[in-house]
Ligand binder design. Structure first.
Ligand SMILES: C[S@@+](CC[C@H](N)C(=O)[O-])C[C@H]1O[C@@H](n2cnc3c(N)ncnc32)[C@H](O)[C@@H]1O
Length: 336
């Protein structure tokens, strides 16, 4: 049985956690001279071509600055406004630069954000993403990272098992399922369902403990499969991915969607649980900050529904739809 629905959703916890990155964004923009670069309204592409910084980084950074009221956007171009002209430009008597410059020295992972946003990569070790990409992970780190993901996912998992309809699914594969909190919650809400969490081998050992603790070992199991290098198991009529697409580039997500399409049972469905950006890509505040956070440890970003629709349709899926699932999350579904 699932725990009772939380009496209050977790959006305020997300807001508090993600607020950490506001200072990073402002300090980075000042250090990278982003405000000074705006001699005219500019699109992401125009600013990238002017500065040479990475597209993913600039997209994430400008959205953060707009959320903080430091840029306006009109017809696809960002521009300075009263707030940024007054406080973010060196020539202004009200310039805040030295404050952020000194503060940035004590911000966690500031240098990594800087290198990723500027150059699109970093020389610093990025333990999680490197392990995910190589398929190799130290068992102790697998436990730390899985527990870390579990607590940010458990309320959404139980919440979405109430709001989203999985009736008709007999066998569900939770790809990159981490602790298994989503597969366990969905299986608990659909008592005829079998579910498998497909994960890297060292993570499966941790997931098994979560399955045992939840008392669902008779219907939920794990399969150690490197989703990039190994064949996916067949015979599942739903593939579920939570917070997996947001770790990877558009090209890698398309690769995952194609592998899913090829191994899903005919008539099966793909489900993506993600925080969606609005079509303008710089709203709402939580997915904008989550996208900024992705520039630190992953190759990914948050997506708009249209972007995910494009990835899924190009991989063969049809009838792409989305519903709000829980808190800031939405479930995007497509049919094979
Ligand atoms: C951001 S976490 C999401 C975990 C879980 N779905 C959730 O939402 O809480 C991404 C997961 O993908 C898994 N993963 C990364 N690379 C993988 C690979 N090559 N093969 C299988 N799983 C992988 C990681 O171990 C991790 O648990």
């Amino acid at each position: 049985m699932n725990p009772a629905l939380p009496p209050i959703d977790d959006t305020q916890i997300w807001d508090s956690m993600l607020s950490l990155y506001n200072t990073h964004a402002i300090a980075l923009a000042l250090e990278l001279q982003v405000f000074e670069a705006f001699d005219a309204p500019m699109s992401v592409e125009e600013l990238v071509s002017k500065t040479g910084y990475s597209t993913r980084g600039i997209k994430a950074l400008l959205a953060m600055l707009k959320i903080r009221g430091l840029l306006d956007r009109h017809e696809g171009r960002y521009q300075l406004n009263n707030l940024s002209r007054t406080y973010m430009l060196k020539d202004s008597p009200y310039y805040w630069g030295p404050f952020f410059s000194w503060t940035s020295a004590s911000l966690p992972n500031y240098k990594i954000y800087m290198e990723n946003i500027r150059d699109g990569g970093t020389k610093e070790e990025r333990e999680a993403a490197d392990g995910w990409e190589s398929g190799e992970m130290d068992p102790e780190f697998a436990r730390t990272i899985t527990d870390y993901m579990h607590c940010h996912s458990i309320a959404s998992a139980v919440g979405m098992s109430h709001t989203c309809d999985f009736s008709g699914v007999n066998k569900l594969l939770d790809v990159g399922g981490g602790s298994g909190c989503y597969a366990i919650a969905i299986a608990n809400a659909n008592t005829d369902m079998q579910a498998t969490i497909m994960e890297l081998k060292p993570v499966c050992a941790v997931t098994e403990d979560y399955i045992t603790k939840a008392g669902v070992s008779d219907r939920v199991d794990t399969k150690a499969v490197d989703m990039f290098r190994e064949a996916w198991p067949e015979g599942y009529d739903a593939h579920f991915f939570a917070n997996v697409f947001h770790d990877w580039s558009f090209e890698t997500c398309a690769e995952l969607a194609k592998k899913s399409y090829a191994s899903l049972a005919p008539g099966g469905r793909i489900c993506l649980q993600e925080m969606l950006l609005d079509e303008g890509e710089d709203n709402p505040a939580a997915p904008v900050a989550f996208s900024f956070l992705m520039t630190w440890g992953t190759k990914g970003q948050q997506f708009t529904l249209d972007e995910l629709r494009g990835i899924l349709e190009s991989s063969g899926f049809k009838n792409i739809r989305a519903q709000r699932s829980y808190g800031y999350y939405s479930l995007v579904t497509g049919d094979k």
